[in-house]
Ligand binder design. Structure first.
Ligand SMILES: [Zn+2]
Length: 282
């Protein structure tokens, strides 16, 4: 190889290296720009998230303010689904009002269809435990929470639905755990579930439909309409268990009576009025 050729190929090599260096440099600049952009977007996202949080807080405060001026009745039905649930759903639909169903666990097709109707028709669905069995529920907080989760799993798997809301069988102030030597068990359960984001609801108007196997329709109507008198926010306890047919029969008169008292009807929500018999820690 001549000296000249050698120099020529060296030159070529050097210019190739320079070219590569330039490409390298370009890539670095590009990367720097991208990182800057992504940082900017991250900051923007954070601002947006803060804004959403702020707006949600304002929404919740406005809702509370509004509630001071609005009379709202929350019709709640425990222990379903059953055939009565279907009849109740029909009545609510006819009246174009929303209610709340605290359900137990059932896996037959009619029950699954009924859960689905509750959800599809815009009512609130809440967990009332899978078994409703006091012996299982009030022996230990693990017993309660396992049973509670069993129903959540059913609702998630069969209906792809999850609910934040629940009601204690017997109410949060029940003393049922005392018979198993555990005092204040519901407080313990409520605290644990609160940490997971669950909210429980009791009631401030009792329809008295569970004081006997069958309670006369007129007595149920009277209990609700007397109980709600002079109230601003009424959470009405009723039952849609099989056999509670007088509750179904009472419902149209209850709705009419509450309307005459000036109530609007809503499903329970995280923004709604709440009545809790016991206080929870944390
Ligand atoms: Zn119940």
């Amino acid at each position: 190889m001549s000296k000249l050729n050698e120099i020529g190929s060296k030159e070529e090599e050097i210019s190739k290296q320079l070219e590569e260096l330039q490409i390298h440099k370009d890539l670095e600049t590009k990367l720097e720009k991208q990182s800057k952009k992504s940082k900017e977007l991250e900051n923007k996202l954070k601002d947006q998230k803060d804004l959403i949080k702020q707006l949600e807080k304002e929404k919740s405060e406005l809702h509370k303010e509004l509630m001071k001026y609005k009379k709202v009745a929350y019709l709640t039905f425990d222990d379903g689904p059953s055939e009565n649930t279907i009849k109740i759903l029909d009545i609510l639909k006819e009246n174009n009002i929303k209610g709340t169903f605290f359900v137990n666990g059932r896996t037959d097709q009619i029950s699954l269809n009924t859960y689905k109707r509750i959800i599809d028709e815009g009512h609130t669905i809440g967990n009332h435990t899978y078994s409703h069995d006091y012996h299982t529920l009030y022996k230990s907080s693990e017993g309660f929470i396992n049973d509670f989760n069993h129903l959540n799993t059913l609702l998630k798997e069969k209906l792809n639905v999850s609910t934040k809301f629940y009601r204690f069988p017997g109410g949060s102030n029940n003393q049922l755990s005392n018979r198993y030597g555990k005092k204040h068990l519901t407080n313990e359960i409520a605290s644990k579930l609160k940490q997971q984001g669950y909210i429980f609801f009791d009631w401030n108007v009792d329809s008295m439909d569970s004081k006997a196997r069958v309670v006369q329709k007129d007595e149920i109507v009277r209990s609700v309409l007397n109980g709600s008198m002079n109230m601003q926010q009424a959470i009405v306890l009723m039952h849609d268990l099989q056999g509670k047919h007088t509750t179904v029969e009472a419902l149209p008169e209850i709705i009419d009576g509450l309307k005459k008292q000036g109530f609007a009807f809503e499903g329970l929500s995280e923004h709604s009025y709440n009545k809790q018999f016991i206080a929870t820690n944390n």
